[in-house]
Design a protein around this ligand. Structure first.
Ligand code: GLN
Length: 194
């Protein structure tokens, strides 16, 4: 059984833990460096990226997380988690930092106030049929996809909402709230292969 963690500083931690448990993983909540050292992969939940960034620095987790990413630990971030894995962000709050690892530029709250939240079906070739029912909640967009980054999903107009680079994966939307478990399954496959 893959030993995986959910970063549990803020956000929808429970929802991720439930999906991963359903898929047969041995799941723990990660708040401290010692807990990070005990897992083979990590999910970064949705929530508020600026808050998770601040708490990670306050808990002494930023350095260990960056080191784990550099060492190749598989990670999957949804929404705020995607923002935290991005090398570059636009519309961050002043002083907001990320862990980085994905060679992308992400725009926070990219869909503006009128459509803060929406749902749509996405064709994701890497996952096959059926399409992914995706829920976007004050979601970010991947504005620039750098070298080495694979686009996993885009909206009909081409805007990118899911990416992978090596062992790192990120989605703008929240599979963990719709019973969609294929992204988490793909993440666990990456963990088993690592
Ligand atoms: N807007 C949030 C942020 O900037 C992300 C929202 C979410 O995770 N659903 O972190």
């Amino acid at each position: 059984r893959p030993r995986v963690g959910v970063l549990a500083l803020q956000g929808d931690v429970r929802e991720h833990a439930r999906v991963l448990t359903e898929l047969g993983a041995d799941v723990s909540l990660v708040r401290r460096p010692e807990e990070l050292a005990g897992v083979e992969g990590l999910v970064l939940p949705g929530g508020e990226s600026s808050v998770i960034d601040k708490l990670a620095r306050a808990f002494g987790m930023q350095g260990p997380l960056r080191a784990a990413i550099a060492a190749g630990m598989p990670m999957y971030g949804t929404c705020a988690g995607l923002i935290l894995l991005a090398d570059r962000i636009t519309d961050g709050i002043t002083g907001q930092e990320t862990f980085g690892g994905l060679n992308v530029t992400v725009r926070r709250n990219a869909f503006g106030s009128q459509v803060d939240s929406f749902e749509t079906d996405l064709t994701v070739a890497a996952l096959g049929d059926p399409p992914v029912h995706a829920v976007f909640i004050r979601a970010p967009l991947v504005e620039t996809v750098g070298d080495g980054v694979q686009t996993l999903a885009a909206l009909q107009d081409g805007r990118v909402v899911a990416v992978q680079q090596g062992a790192l994966m990120g989605t703008s939307f929240h599979p963990e709230v719709t019973g969609e478990n294929r992204f988490h399954g793909r993440f666990l496959d990456i963990v088993r292969a690592a």
